[in-house]
Design a protein around this ligand. Sequence first.
Ligand SMILES: Nc1ncnc2c1ncn2[C@@H]1O[C@H](COP(=O)(O)OP(=O)(O)O)[C@@H](O)[C@H]1O
Ligand SMILES: [Mg+2]
Length: 332
Amino acid sequence: MTQDSARSAPVALSPGKMVDGYRIVQKIGSGGFGVVYRAISPTGEEVAIKEYLPGALARRAARSDRIVAAPEKQALYRTGMRCFLEEGRALAQISHPSVVHVLNFLHANDTVYLVMNYLEGASLQQFIMTAVSLNQPKVFRESTIRSLFDEILRGLRVVHQHTLLHLDIKPANIFITEDDRAVLIDFGAARNVLHNDGTYLQPMFTPGFSGPEMRQKGKPIGPWTDIYAIGACIFSCMKGHPPPDVARGEGESQLSQYMLQLRTNYSENLVDIVRRCMAQDPQNRPHSVYAVQKMLAPIELLDQEVEYSPSDLEVRNPWSGRIKALSKLIAS
Ligand SMILES: Nc1ncnc2c1ncn2[C@@H]1O[C@H](COP(=O)(O)OP(=O)(O)O)[C@@H](O)[C@H]1O
Ligand SMILES: [Mg+2]
């Protein structure tokens, strides 16, 4: 594989192709790690299918649908594939209206596929762009921001209760459905491990949404890293663009200036929530998602914080057998 072909967008499966009984309708997204399709399940349901196809490691064979890894990148390709399955395994444990739901896993074309429920709507990123184009003094109303993030935080709380992290929360990975639900999509486990493997495929962090600990070796990553990204998302809904990247020289002082400007249109309290979530030192951020929820909503509207015992977290995972089988296949 040449450098150029490694960088070009992967060739998507064409409409009408079948993948283990699922019929591809069209490509709906693609990134460095794969392609997302709208498809129809064997029982006629609309689904979204994510195909593992990391453009820097593999490509689709010329006259078939098979995915071929570059010979020198086989090991990394397989590691990434296991992590991609891990993304699915993590998601399959969670059933919450604000977290995208995994329905199935497939193995075909020498790669793996994640089948999810199909969400009708648009990403928060698209909503922000539309709101900005309206040229109003406020991008979103404060009440809209508070209720939207209350919903997102309910989903994220469940994610953290399963000792999982999202690690790539940004408006493009928050989906707003036509029936007005906010849903977290695109859990970044694959990115993470590919990066930890010592190979830098593409920045695993999104500038502006990543706390400084994402770039500093040896600094622990945890729920506080997702909380930073939540602060950055709220900022984006207030300002209409992402916050500056604090890793850049001017970034931190620019961020402080923006915080002052935001006070013109939003309450001191909301600006303070963003400031605290985006504190450079994770210790100074709210200590849990629930704490952010409490700051965003009047207490009487909140669920009680629930203490979870380990047995509560052992959610039955109907896919665990299937994932084990797939993992073995990949390892062989
Ligand atoms: N379950 C889904 N239903 C509908 N559209 C989806 C779904 N999952 C992803 N998409 C679409 O595909 C795009 C890319 O998906 P995502 O999971 O964010 O992968 P990546 O950003 O790694 O390419 C999303 O922005 C969204 O438009
Ligand atoms: Mg994404």
